[in-house]
Design a protein around this ligand. Structure first.
Ligand code: GLY
Length: 398
């Protein structure tokens, strides 16, 4: 595997003068890749209909997941973004079909990943169609997610697994699930859902961040006192390191909280996180981070394109609210250009995933330097956002 990183680095160093890849080409390649992926997905689903979404490649083979998997909403989301970018009814139909396959998750209170699953699928569907059934699913899902909130800790519990390690674990990723709560509060008029989101964001801001605005991955709470027991990692290099995707979830999450509340402390916080990322000495020249900013073997460490895609999408939104419009937009453009040039799948390869070279969990040696559905999702979201900025249109309307 290591050899691949070295080869990638050599290719990068000789390709700096390559032509800028045009968005039109990127979108058309993404369509062709997704058509390829759909064929295989449909063939696999004939034998195993409970597997609803392609997640990654495992030993070169397509890995499908059930609706309960935290990544099940990203593939429907990719289909919605292809519809958004092309306005072809075929993509809308596929998006509707794959979205419907995960509806049952709306009552699954066993996980905090509801936002990832339901907002990326039904949320995008609602944004693009205003289907009233999608409204119901979003509200029901948010109510289920809110059952995981504990007023003593002030946060939503993330995981129920690994009870021997943590009493009440909250991961930085959970910031992403607040968007569902804010949307459901608006759609239902139930302000308590937004209150849960605000409490979670405030408590996370207080307990997850270090003085340099990098974040811990997992903070463990004592439900009797509400105090923090310990601050650790699960997918990062070390408890005190800055796991790249965690930093991206924080950036995106606090930017979104500012959009939903207009509370300036969230904007300031998102800007601080952006500064941490963009000025980090270990951020590579192409702005696609290594899997952890403190990974011990840098520069011979795998990249995480999924983190880069989340950062790009987050920075496009942050540029709408910040005075540093040009800085953040230029940084997002640079990430998008790097991904388009160096990290996309070769057409016809990778079973149809759009991007390569993401890292799911390096410490457990799973999903290292592979395609991941959430990298594709946030890359297409960032493409939509870049296009909307160019056209001076809102991100959030049809
Ligand atoms: N939410 C899980 C991850 O970022 O890997």
């Amino acid at each position: 595997m290591k050899q691949v990183f070295v080869i990638a680095a050599v290719v990068l160093s000789v390709s700096v003068n390559a032509q800028q890849v045009k968005a039109k080409q990127v979108i058309s390649d993404a369509e062709s890749q997704t058509q390829l992926l759909l064929k295989e997905v449909n063939a696999m689903r004939t034998a195993k209909p409970d597997l609803v979404s392609p997640r990654t490649l495992e030993n070169g083979q397509l890995k499908m997941v059930a609706a309960k998997d935290w990544t099940s909403g990203f593939f429907p989301g990719v289909l919605w973004f292809l519809y958004d970018l092309t306005r072809k009814s075929e993509w809308k139909t596929e998006a509707q079909n794959f979205t419907a396959l995960i509806e049952k998750e709306k009552t699954n209170g066993g996980t905090h990943d509801m936002g990832f699953k339901i907002y990326c699928s039904f949320g995008n569907g609602y944004r693009l169609t205003h289907d009233p059934h999608y409204t119901d699913v979003i509200i029901q899902s948010a109510k289920t997610l809110a059952t995981r909130f504990n007023p003593k800790t002030g946060v939503i519990r993330s995981w129920d697994h690994s009870k021997e390690k943590w009493d009440y674990p909250v991961i930085i990723d959970n910031m992403m699930n607040l968007e569902l709560l804010f949307e459901a509060a608006k759609l239902s008029g139930d302000a308590s859902l937004a209150k849960v989101a605000i409490s979670h964001a405030n408590t996370t801001m207080k307990n997850h961040f270090r003085a340099d605005y990098s974040s811990y991955h997992v903070v463990d709470y004592d439900t009797a006192t509400g105090n923090v027991i310990k601050k650790t990692t699960h997918q990062g290099f070390a408890n005190e390191s800055a796991w790249a995707r965690g930093q991206s979830w924080g950036l995106y999450g606090f930017t979104m909280c500012y959009r939903e509340t207009k509370d300036k402390k969230y904007l300031d916080h998102a800007e601080h996180i952006a500064e941490f990322i963009l000025h980090h000495p270990n951020l590579p020249k192409d702005y696609v981070p290594y899997w952890d900013f403190n990974a011990p073997g840098i520069p011979n460490e795998p990249r995480d394109v999924s983190a880069a895609a989340v950062i790009a999408s987050g920075l496009y939104e942050l540029s709408l609210y910040s005075k540093k419009v040009k800085t953040y937009r230029a940084a997002a453009d640079k990430i998008m250009e790097s991904i388009a040039k160096y990290y996309r799948s070769t057409p016809g390869e990778n079973h149809g995933f759009i991007l390569d070279h993401s890292t799911g969990s390096k410490p457990s040696n799973t999903e290292v330097d592979v395609p991941l559905n959430y990298a594709d999702y946030y890359y297409l979201e960032a493409l939509v956002r870049a296009q909307r900025l160019k056209d001076k249109k809102s991100f959030f309307n049809n």
